[in-house]
Design a protein around this ligand. Structure first.
Ligand code: ATP
Length: 605
């Protein structure tokens, strides 16, 4: 029975292993076609360099060839990966395809490979060996999935910038994923060689690469079973055809292409996304006693942020100009100003996303400018974004777990060995994430995908994710946008309670009422410059601020005032949950007087 299907089963296993080499990088959002080149290099060098089966026996000969092939595949991935890892999407695909084609052409013209005739190899691989190898590869990716490393790769796939802001070293993770792909492709190349008896460079051409990619995408690149499902489908279709007596060779590629189209249009996560994703809240989330994050925070009153003459210029437009600012530990600083005042640019510089054009800045002892974003996050800066940057296809709990990246320990290798300490560390990370979800009131929605949450809940989830790293400085960019006044009041309470715990908070908000109520100090920006800084009461009465908000002093005399404006419900004009424009934060009666900010003043002379 097994013998009858041995060839089909072996090819399902081989196809799945090759598809895993694509999955290895797809999971991190990378599109590579270089795996055909890695497999080809591995197959030829393994078959050529490994000792003969007659000298060492079948299994040792195959194992030595596998070791050579996987090392060659991994090494080739390092050599190709170092210069190409900064490429994204189709550019990476083109560069890696170029590499695979170059390998094919070079091997075609070598004597030792047999050129177009190919190289004869003994058949050693059996169906049992092929499935054992597949089981090991699948096990690797299964154990990776719920490790800190696996979650970091998924976060990079979902939103690279947010992943950096969570403290993930994106370059290192992408290279590691690429090297894994090289090793797995190398394994495939050697196993294939030791099964088909004769290998030629054309066995690893463009068509083979695309087939491997299609198998992985159809199966699903978001779950470790995807490549297996994809390979099963791709290999079984011709068998079913034969069984029902339809011999047309075009049916399989046609069905595969059709399925690819259906998957891309309707099932972006592939067949595997039909399987439910497990997300379990830990039962002992409240038990915080033994979960110290190991972070040390500045003492109350210490300098957290020091900016001197900080500026940012975009092609002649001064988004931020000469800002001097100091934020001390324990302060809740509100950053307000009309649209386009430079608020987001300023916090982007503080969190390392945007390098300044002039001036100096030190954040938690780290000089910003050339320091990568993940290092600034590691120093203790955490943030949310003006436009939500959640990891959409991950659950709420998984989002927050990624947020805990910096305060959790690497678990992947220990998970491979099934060590209890890995389980303990994963549970500690889960408890940390669960506590943060509870703190923002989202514990009940832990299992929901981030993209399925309401706008207000998404904003709270971003705060929970930012809190998970136990930061010393929390930066919130318009956290109340899109919230109704009840939600905004609850958010204000949350910020106050976080501040009571000693967290330093800098937040941008158009809801001036909320800012005045929540902050210990308010900084007002206009045209990229600080026009006022002081307590909420001082700011509410500051004529320069009132003018910046209401357009002119005469308008103010007509009844407009910052304080009056704050009384207005900031979301009254947005029943559909769309974030309100800045103008709704002023007295509706005076809103008509709000002038569009004049950006001419910020233009460089
Ligand atoms: N990447 C960029 N390239 C060019 N100009 C930019 C860029 N980012 C911001 N700006 C410009 O810098 C100025 C300040 O923008 P910024 O987004 O920092 O203001 P903001 O106060 O956060 O505004 P809002 O309240 O609307 O979010 C604007 O004139 C904007 O057009």
């Amino acid at each position: 029975m097994l013998d009858q299907y041995a060839t089909t089963l072996t090819f399902i296993a081989l196809g799945a292993i090759f598809a895993y080499s694509f999955y290895a990088v797809l999971i991190a959002g990378q599109l590579s076609l270089g795996q055909a080149g890695f497999a080809s290099l591995a197959a030829f060098s393994g078959a050529y360099l490994a000792p003969d089966r007659a000298d060492v026996g079948d299994i040792p000969a195959l194992l030595i060839a596998v070791a050579i092939g996987m090392s060659v595949g991994a090494l080739a991935a390092v050599v190709l990966g170092l210069p190409t890892m900064h490429l994204r999407g189709v550019f990476l695909a083109i560069a890696t395809l170029g590499f695979a084609e170059a390998v094919r052409v070079v091997l075609l013209n070598q004597e030792w490979t047999g050129g177009a005739q190919g190289l004869g190899v003994s058949r050693i691989l059996t169906v049992g060996m092929a499935w054992s190898a597949l089981a090991l590869v699948a096990y690797w990716f299964w154990r990776m999935g719920r490790s800190r490393y696996g979650r970091a790769l998924e976060a990079i796939r979902e939103d690279e910038l947010a992943a950096r802001a969570m403290g993930i070293d994106v370059g290192r993770h992408r290279l590691a994923a690429f090297v894994t792909a090289g090793a797995v492709a190398g394994l495939y190349g050697v196993l294939y060689a030791y099964y088909v008896r004769l290998i030629a460079p054309d066995d690893f051409d463009f068509v083979a690469a695309v087939e491997g990619l299609v198998t992985a995408v159809v199966g699903g690149s978001t779950m470790f079973l995807g490549p297996l499902l994809g390979s099963g489908f791709q290999t079984i279709v011709p068998e079913v055809q034969r069984a029902v007596g339809v011999e047309a060779g075009w049916i399989r590629p046609f069905l595969a292409s059709l399925l690819l189209l259906v998957v891309i249009l309707f099932l972006p996560g592939g067949l595997a996304s039909l399987l439910p994703r497990r997300t379990r809240m830990p039962s002992d989330a409240g038990d915080a006693a033994d979960d110290r994050t190991g972070r040390s925070h500045p003492a109350a009153g210490d300098t957290v942020v020091a900016l001197a003459g900080l500026g940012k210029e975009y092609g002649g437009v001064h988004a931020v100009r000469g800002v001097d600012m100091e934020i001390r530990a324990g302060e809740v600083v509100g950053l307000i100003g009309p649209n386009g005042a430079g608020k987001t640019t300023l916090v982007n510089m503080i969190s390392g996303l945007v390098p300044p054009s002039s001036g100096t800045a030190t954040v938690l002892g780290t000089t910003i400018g050339r320091t990568p974003v993940h290092r600034i996050a590691a120093a203790g800066v955490s943030r949310t974004f003006q436009h939500s940057k959640l990891f959409n296809r991950l659950s709420a709990l998984e989002n927050v777990l990624v947020g805990a990246h910096l305060v959790s320990r690497p678990t992947f290798l220990r998970r491979l060995l099934w060590l209890p300490s890995a389980r303990r560390d994963e549970r500690a990370a889960l408890r940390q994430a669960a506590r943060c979800l509870e703190r923002v009131g989202l514990a009940d929605l832990a299992a929901s995908r981030a993209e399925a949450l309401s706008y207000g809940d998404q904003r709270r989830l971003e705060i929970a994710r930012a809190l998970a790293s136990d930061p010393s400085l929390l930066i919130l960019d318009e956290p109340a946008a899109g919230m109704n006044h009840v939600e905004a009041a609850r958010l204000s309470e949350l910020i106050t309670s976080l501040a009571r715990d000693g967290l330093t908070i800098l937040f941008i908000e158009h809801n001036v009422g909320m800012v005045l109520q929540t902050c210990t100090r308010v900084v007002v920006l206009n045209f990229g410059e600080v026009i006022a800084s002081g307590t909420p009461d001082e700011i509410a009465a500051d004529p320069a601020v009132i003018e910046a908000y209401l357009g002119s002093a005469e308008d103010d005399a007509d009844g407009g005032s910052l304080a009056a404006g704050t009384a207005a419900d900031p979301t009254a004009a947005s029943p559909d949950g769309v974030p309100p424009p800045a103008a709704v934060n002023v007295d509706p009666a005076a809103a008509g007087t709000l002038e569009t900010p004049d950006t001419t003043r910020r233009n460089a002379p």
